[in-house]
Design a protein around this ligand. Sequence first.
Ligand SMILES: [Zn+2]
Length: 356
Amino acid sequence: MDPGLHFWLRYVERAGGLAERSGDGTLVMLPEPLADDLDLPAELVVTSDPDVAREDGTVLLTTGHPVLIRAADATLTDGDAGVLALAEPTTPAPVADQLQERARDQFPVDHGRIDVAGLPRRITRPMLRVGALVTYSVSAEESYQESVECWVDALSRLPLSGHAASRLQHVPLAARPGSHRAILPSAISAIGEAHRILDSAAARRRDALSEQASDAHRQERAHARAYYDDTLRSLERRRAAAAPDRAELLAARAVSTREERTRRLAEIDEKYQARHVIRPFRLHVVAVPGWRVPLDVRRGPRRYPVERDWLPALGGYADERCPHCGAAAPLSAGKTRLGCVRCQSTASSSSTAAAP
Ligand SMILES: [Zn+2]
């Protein structure tokens, strides 16, 4: 089915309407307010197939149809925000040996080793799913819209991989959502990070799109330059051959032509100034159940306690940042503190440098 029609039928059903396959089309019954709002009869047959639409009384409804744009606009305006809780795992936490083995696999430690240091306890880890419509303008005539999405782990502020996000979307939801008030503050404070991720992805995409428009930009600039250069050359020729009072007039014209050239080139640059606008329409706080596992990172006799969250929905631990510098880099157990390969290497190189 045409994705536009599919979207519209779901929209109608959410608004209390009914949709049912009927012959080659789909029979739709609209509640009165919706029928009035869309200016459609309360009962109609719709299709996305132009051949079927030739039959009497069947409405051709595909991407671009006004009622579809209206539904899309209403959906974007209402937004899609809320808290979702994933179903509790049906199996107990993995045994300590498994948790330890997986922690060692997932978090290799330079100069150290991870040991399980206690019993796991049940936790709920908030994740954010943010969706937005991005409008890119790459010239005065050319603009594009695309839908973008990102998932962010609210505690670590790290983006989830596409694989992890897709796993979370396939886990069934809890039968009773329960109260997740406790996770909201951290979820809300991660929204800024989600925005930054979307914004930098949009900026990269905008640059790629405007690269395609830059040929047209260069051409238009070159044409304008050539035109003004010609005009100025001809004014100069005429001035050189003219009588003094006439020459003065032509010199003044040359000055105003140069000003006009500057204005015109700025106008062209402005016209090809790439922009993007982010319109968020989805914010889901997803409560992901799991177990918090106390661990020790050991280097010889030293122990650095850390915690990692085992999330059955991901089939692994949630990724974490370096406890010292916040980088998303592998851990490194130093002689005086736990850090990551980045901050420990700069610490050791600066101490070597300071030694002499
Ligand atoms: Zn670090």
